[in-house]
Design a protein around this ligand. Structure first.
Ligand code: HEC
Length: 339
């Protein structure tokens, strides 16, 4: 089958196209995988950091509660015992929940990170501690399931991702009921300050509060995404340069020499006068050897064709000589007459 006929049939895809396509896709996949892994790792790290921040917030506030119970309150109660009347109530030093809430407000003004810390309760005494829907559901779960201690996950709030921790809070003990059962039993000033409804009617054993912490993740996520975009740009630049080098080198070392051999082979097959021509030797050993073999074959074929041509010429001459009348052999039947 002639080459032109083959051409007319469906042509297979070029090796160079296949090679560049597969290498390009491989590079691209490697790049996407690396960027994706880095983004994932950074977000994981942000989460670990958020966890430790939440832990610090929790421990710090717990320490404040402990300081009130073990240090401040005993000292001040001892000091004021003789002058304090039963109706007296001052949350500033008598309620660690009040202190933690106030400190939290100051902290929020100082720190722009947007942490959220709340010792929430249903029907909380201070409206600021009132549980929202999520916290309320958790508090109800806490009272139904004594095993439940803590729950943490990532939740989107106001369109921003947050690391959310909800932890079992305080349980009503007998000593607490003085201020948390009925307004009649509570110090008059407390009822005056907070009113007769909020945080009363509690029973011993009730889990009345949960600690609710939210650490915003948007900043860390934004950083992770920005770095991923930057890294993608670097990868793309690297990919394009690597691809360029690969394209240039493989064209120079493989595809151009191959194409030269192909062109020459085509030329020789269609025009005999080109037989014996050589192709330049390329750099790589394999193609250099192929070119040498091709050149040897081309030279050899030339010689053979030349030889054949020369033989043909000689034969032609012989035939031409035979047809000469002088040299024409005498027919056998004419021989006797000549003798
Ligand atoms: C002397 C009165 C008094 C006693 C005793 C008392 N509390 Fe309170 N408690 C308060 C006041 C006042 C607040 C509101 C503080 C604020 O402004 O946030 C409060 C708030 C709370 C809160 C926040 C949720 C809410 O309902 O407002 C919890 C939780 C809490 N108390 C638990 C306890 C526990 C547990 C005990 C017993 C170990 C206890 N309290 C004993 C006065 C008291």
């Amino acid at each position: 089958m002639a080459f032109t006929e083959q051409k007319a049939q469906k042509r297979p895809i070029k090796i160079s196209t296949r090679l560049f396509l597969s290498v390009g896709l491989l590079f691209l996949a490697a790049g996407v995988f690396a960027v994706f892994m880095l983004n994932h790792q950074m977000k994981q790290r942000a989460l670990t950091e958020a966890e430790s921040k939440a832990r610090i917030l929790l421990d710090r506030n717990l320490a404040t509660h402990t300081y009130f119970t073990h240090n401040l309150k005993p000292a001040l109660f001892g000091l004021t015992d003789s002058i304090r009347d039963d109706a007296y109530f001052e949350p500033v030093w008598m309620s660690s929940t009040y202190a933690v809430r106030k400190i939290e407000q100051y902290f929020k003004n100082l720190n722009p990170a947007g942490y959220y810390y709340k010792e929430c309760a249903i029907n909380a005494r201070s409206p600021e501690n009132e549980a929202d829907q999520r916290e309320k559901a958790f508090l109800e779960e806490l009272n139904a399931d004594p095993e439940l201690m803590k729950r943490s996950d990532i939740q989107t709030m106001n369109g921003e991702p947050h690391f959310v921790v909800l932890q079992r809070g305080e349980v009503m003990a007998e000593t607490c009921l003085r201020c948390h059962s009925t307004p009649r039993e509570a110090p008059g000033e407390l009822v005056e300050h907070y009113g007769p409804h909020r945080s009363f009617g509690r029973k011993e054993g009730d889990v009345i509060s949960a600690v609710s912490i939210r650490v915003p993740l948007s900043e860390a996520y934004r950083e992770a995404n920005q770095l991923s975009v930057r890294l993608s740009a670097y990868f793309l630049a690297l990919l394009i340069s690597l691809f360029g080098v690969l394209y240039w080198r493989s064209n120079r070392l493989i595809f151009r020499p191959l194409s030269a051999i192909r062109e020459k082979a085509l030329l020789i097959s269609s025009h005999e006068e080109h037989l014996g021509e050589k192709i330049p030797l390329s750099e790589g050993r394999e193609l250099k050897e192929l070119a040498m073999a091709f050149n040897a074959m081309s030279g050899d074929l030339r010689r053979r064709v030349d030889q054949l041509g020369a033989q043909e010429e000689t034969l032609q001459k012989v035939f031409d000589g035979i047809s000469d009348p002088i040299l024409m052999p005498i027919p056998v039947n004419e021989l006797p007459s000549l003798l």
